[in-house]
Write a protein that binds this ligand. Structure first.
Ligand code: NAD
Length: 482
């Protein structure tokens, strides 16, 4: 990929010089080669971006006052402008964070534009104002008004999809935004800014300032921000939640996970049939996906068979340069992330778990932050590798006695974001799914659907994105007694 250089931010519908000369230099995760350079946002740049978003929001005849259907037209145009840049998005995301291009095409292009078009549809159809009869006479108008200026903070693992989880409902409701991408994934954010400009999104509705965590914290606490939407680690989520609590500022937090993939004793473990679904729900994006079922719960009666199936599945994956269309597992996004994964693998060995696959660095890949797909069997659910989020291609296989035991183990976690149940009896699977304390769970499949609320319970977060519920998160309610 050609080196890309940018020297401005997209603020207020135009390209603005940064306030400082600090820069971010993204690196190719597969080759460790520099990919280019962009300015690093400072507090002064955030001030400028928030001011632009504030002005656009407060304009009495501006974006927030438009008929939702008019905003929807802009959103559809933006989806088209993104589609026209599909190859660029795939190439940039994949180079920066190591996501295999085949995954990036589906989840960083097809998925975000589907979310955008879904919310454009919702803007056209949703009821924003309703009138009720009052219990004490008169009528009551209930107005769903836009929440205001949104601070959207996104991580590097699905930079476009997770940005769009925020941009689309915010635009549909009439909010304006300041987006702070993660320093690891900035080049795709510039492509998004170009699409926003080309689509004729009114000035100041979407502003983008890549920056680090201190500047992110500054944005969260900015006095002119009305709502915060964050996706990232539980550690950062707690800090952001504290700030928003102090400010009484609405906040949506999508945080980490350690979900359970429960294999029931009647599951058909035919990898030709369910291998893709198992892969997508346990190892997708090199294990750098928040909802993955990284604790695989297997019945003792079929334990060896389940261990063999997962070992065969993970062992069959093509590991390589994320830019190669044949690659199924690419590198970790950063050297720091690989260190973290390797530290957990060492902990797993130290805790006495049995390694059936991987555990090291793949042979023949001397550059890039690669880790072998790794399977630990005989894992105790109370061990560190079963309790903490690893965020790499590492699965822990845990035996259970009966369904009650499986549910107990699944719920014995600080997290509650995703999960799956694998069974030949979907009704039985759904009954087990209903007993798991988690925000989302699938029976024999898992893919967050744009029309369905997505989010976690416990340490996995607060609030929901996607679906009509995700629109409500960008609205305030005003009641008028008439
Ligand atoms: P991170 O929390 O370190 O960073 C995420 C983003 O928040 C980055 O843009 C970062 O600059 C910013 N940030 C960090 N601390 C901040 C603070 N105090 N105030 C404001 N901004 C701050 O996480 P990461 O390493 O980039 O991403 C990996 C984590 O994200 C994993 O734990 C993963 O599970 C989680 N994640 C969750 C979801 C979800 O939907 N639940 C999705 C993807 C990733």
């Amino acid at each position: 990929m050609m080196e890309l250089r940018y020297d401005t931010f997209y603020i207020g519908g135009t390209w603005v010089r940064p306030a400082t000369d600090r820069v971010i230099t993204p690196v190719n995760a597969s080759t460790e080669e520099p990919l280019g350079q962009v300015p690093e946002g400072s507090e002064a740049d955030i001030d400028a971006a928030v001011a632009a978003a504030r002005q656009a929001f407060d304009d009495p005849s501006g974006w927030a006052s438009w008929e939702p259907a008019r905003r929807a037209e802009v959103m559809d145009r933006l989806a088209d402008a993104i589609d026209r840049r599909a190859d660029g998005f795939v190439e940039r995301v994949s180079a920066q964070n190591g996501m295999p291009v085949a995954v990036a095409r589906q989840l960083e292009i097809g998925y975000p534009t589907a979310v955008l078009r879904y919310y454009a549809g919702l803007a056209r159809e949703a009821v924003f104002d309703e009138t009720r009869a009052g219990l004490f006479g008169g009528s009551i108008e209930v107005r769903r008004v836009p929440a205001g200026v949104v601070a959207a903070i996104v991580p590097w693992n699905f930079p476009q999809a997770l940005s769009m989880f925020k941009i689309a409902p915010a635009m549909a409701s009439g909010c304006t935004l300041v987006i702070k991408p993660s320093p690891e994934t900035v080049l795709d954010a510039y492509l998004l800014a170009e699409a926003i400009e080309e689509a004729g999104v009114p000035a100041g509705v979407v502003n983008i300032v890549p920056a680090g965590r201190e500047v992110g914290a500054y944005l969260v606490a900015h006095p002119d921000v009305d709502k915060v939407a964050f996706t990232g680690s539980t550690a950062a989520g707690r800090i952001i939640g504290e700030t928003c609590g102090r400010l009484l500022r609405p906040v949506t937090l999508e945080l980490g996970g350690k979900s359970a993939a429960i294999v029931l004793d009647d599951a058909e473990l035919n990898l030709a049939e369910i291998g893709e679904g198992l892969f997508g729900s346990t190892l997708l994006n090199n294990g750098q996906t928040c909802f993955l079922g990284t604790r695989v719960l297997a019945p003792r009666s079929r334990y060896t068979e389940v261990v063999d199936a997962f070992t065969a599945l993970a062992g069959s994956l093509t590991v390589g340069d994320a830019g190669d269309p044949a690659t199924q597992i690419g590198p970790m996004a950063t050297a720091r992330q690989r260190d973290r994964v390797e530290t957990y693998i060492a902990k797993g060995r130290g805790e006495g778990a049995r390694l059936t696959l991987g555990g090291g660095r793949p042979a023949g890949l001397d550059r890039g932050w690669f880790v072998e797909p790794t399977i630990f069997a005989d894992v105790d659910n109370s061990s560190v590798i079963a309790q903490e989020e690893i965020f790499g291609p590492v699965l822990s296989l845990i035996p259970y006695d009966d369904v009650d035991d499986a549910v107990r183990i699944a719920n014995d976690s600080d997290f509650g974001l995703g999960g799956t149940v694998w069974t030949s009896n979907p009704e039985r699977g759904a009954a087990v799914a209903h007993r798991v304390r988690t925000g989302t769970i699938g029976v024999n499949r898992y893919i967050p659907d744009p029309a369905a609320p997505f989010g976690g319970v416990k340490a996995s977060g607060l609030g929901r994105e996607l679906g009509p519920e995700g629109l409500a998160a960008y609205q305030q309610i005003q009641t008028v007694y008439r």
